[in-house]
Design a protein around this ligand. Structure first.
Ligand code: S0N
Length: 274
């Protein structure tokens, strides 16, 4: 699937592409020969790119995808799965995709999964944890864990159940069936289905519409959606954003300035809202 947009590389990696276009960051798994299955290195590169996208104030929205048009991601690369996790070049077993899932969930910018082809296993969970999912008509979704000797009982089970409901989530995991794009749309697993040749243009168009919106409103909304489900970690995220807003106020600035000026702060002029 060739791109019609002038993406610029932000940083070169071995197993992913990390690019930017007009305030949109794109992180793309580049292992199409394995249906974009991830190794510990793929995940480590995605994590670094996600952090760079977070820190880059010119990026307002991130697309997560896979190269080749035949797969978004087919999960953990089973050929490097060892005892205790997926084994990287340092021979240490890891399941570092869990860290990436949390990054996607907590980065204060919308993350959109652009899904062509297979979104399977741990690759399916990656699209589930994204804020939005746009699917090509060739997309196929499913979990394989109970067939291949694994399971994701974290976001892969609990958040999936929040998205599609308990009965459907249990069906997805217990039967390990594969679902086409229309079925995914019907169960609320994806936001939109488009022909494959319109996938990128549609995703960019959604990103551009999001970029027109207030970044702080989007940030607050993302952490508000998370807070209901994520317990203390969710409240911390939402409260961090409340603190950010408070820092921006004259009232908070008065406290800081008074300290630096070695005087008593005067908060009397600030309204005590009802
Ligand atoms: C996607 C499938 C159904 C596509 O079938 P198709 O079209 O017939 O293509 P294939 O010929 O099978 O594949 C093309 C080439 O790609 C290789 N390949 C595909 N997927 C993988 C993979 N996951 N690992 C390694 N290689 C893969 C094929 O081998 C083939 O290569 P060649 O041409 O050289 O033979 C089909 O490919 C399929 O079923 N794939 C496997 C899907 C799967 O089971 N994935 C792993 C699921 N588990 C995880 O992802 C674990 C990670 C995880 O997220 C997790 C997180 C938290 C807690 C636990 C877990 C956990 O589940 O362990």
């Amino acid at each position: 699937m060739t791109s019609n947009f002038p993406w610029k590389t932000i940083k070169e990696y071995e197993e992913i592409l990390f690019q930017e276009y007009n305030g949109i960051g794109k992180i793309s798994i580049n292992r199409p020969h394995k249906h974009n299955a991830f190794t510990p290195k793929t995940v480590q590169e995605m994590s670094e790119a996600m952090e760079l996208a977070r820190q880059d104030t010119s990026i307002g929205v991130i697309i997560l995808t896979g190269e080749g048009g035949k797969a978004f991601c087919s999960g953990g690369d089973q050929s490097v799965r060892g005892d205790g996790g997926y084994v990287g070049q340092d021979l240490v077993p890891r399941l570092n995709v869990l860290d990436l899932q949390r990054q996607i969930r907590t980065i204060p910018k919308p993350v959109i999964a652009m899904v062509a082809g297979w979104a399977i296993g741990g690759g399916h969970v990656l699209h589930v944890v994204c804020d939005l999912s746009i699917a090509a008509d060739n997309a196929r979704f499913g979990q394989t864990g109970p067939n291949v000797g694994s399971f994701d009982g974290g976001f892969g089970a609990s958040y999936l159940a929040r998205v599609v409901g308990q009965k459907k989530a249990r069906e997805i995991w217990y039967l390990c069936d594969q679902y086409d794009a229309q079925e995914a749309l019907q169960m609320g697993l994806v936001n939109k289905v488009v022909p494959l040749d319109q996938l990128e243009a549609t995703t960019i168009s959604w990103c551009e519409r999001i970029l027109e919106k207030s970044p702080i409103a989007l940030r607050m909304l993302k952490s508000s959606f998370n807070a209901e489900l994520d317990g203390q970690a969710g409240i911390q995220e939402l409260a961090g954003n409340a603190t950010l807003l408070y820092y921006l106020s004259d009232e908070a600035k008065e406290g800081k300035n008074a300290f630096l000026e070695k005087r008593k702060p005067d908060f009397s002029k600030f309204p005590k809202f009802p």
